[in-house]
Design a protein around this ligand. Sequence first.
Ligand SMILES: [Mg+2]
Length: 408
Amino acid sequence: MRKMPGQRIVELSVTPIPVHYRKELGKNAYGENIGRERTEWLVRARTEYGHEGLTIANRFMRQFNGFDNSGGTVRGLVALLREMFLDKRVDEYLETSDGRVVGVRDAYKEAFQTHGWMSILAFDLLGQDLGISCVDLLGGQARDRVPAYDTTLYFQDLLNPEQGAAQVSLEAAASRDEGYNEFKIKVGRPGRWMAPQSGMERDVEVVLAVREAVGPDAKIMVDANFGYDGRLDLLEDFIRETLTANIFWLEEMVTADVGDYRVLRRMRDRLGSDALLVCGEVDRDPPSQVFRDLVDQGLIDGYQPDSVSAGFSRWQSLEQWLKPTGVRSIPHNFGNGNFGTRATLVFGAASPTFASLEDERHHTNVYAEDDVSFADSQYSVPSGPGLGLAIDTDVYQKRYASHEVRVT
Ligand SMILES: [Mg+2]
């Protein structure tokens, strides 16, 4: 039977899939130890001719506020998926022109704004229906390989106090031996977990030790998760004392605020740092006003709404807005599991200003091996239709199928 375009979605399911880190991850500036494991709330949608689209509903499931609310419950998720996807045609969500997605159809605009992760499922299904990659749907391939950074250098020194800063640099060296050449280091120890002055000193010590361990050619980024709020004096010391480490970007050093970013930008220039100033992962409805102001006033260089929570459709319109400003797309991807790595890879392959993929370096779990390879801190671009991502059905049956909830 010849497959007609616009297949109907006949089957959906939700399955919590565990995903494991290669090591224990410690604290960041504000939170307790991350630990070793997270969950991917896998959503599978099958069409009448057997195509399968995927996404994860982690953003929805994180909104849990008791079982008497529907947010964050499987019950609520199933109802949402039933309403949005069951018995719908895969070509009714997105507007296309010349094989590219140019917008969301009116009936789904609001839902895809609220639940951006659903737009990724719509892209995956449409791409498979048309037999083309989501990279093409997003505007076409902007690069052959997509750089990725190791994002697992948390406060590892506090997990292993006897090693101190050396613990972080040892882990960075191990990661470099496994092919990574870009590293993001959690800083912001003054905010909570250490006395402010010693926290800043430890931050400096860690950054310099990692630079020593990974060599002069690696990229080093730092992320303070606002740990320097109210301590711009200590932040100035931090930037000055890490100048020799040649930091590529400074992420969320303080909470987004026009006044503080004006001070930070001047400070950076005066000290002779050329690190990019980036932020925005906390923006749940991007672009919120303060980020519009930061962009309009030329105070930041990169914007970071989450790749899966914001989704492909929202990111497409963000990129339109950012294009004339020169501000780069640097989507946050932490907590999105192996699915997020693929979704961000696809987005990064198509985005002209994408900087680097936030890579949690998870062990493989439920996805089948495919043609994507990793070398020299870069991923190759998947060639399959849609996201080019498929479930390993044997593994799924054996390990996860018993937790599956059908959407009926
Ligand atoms: Mg961050």
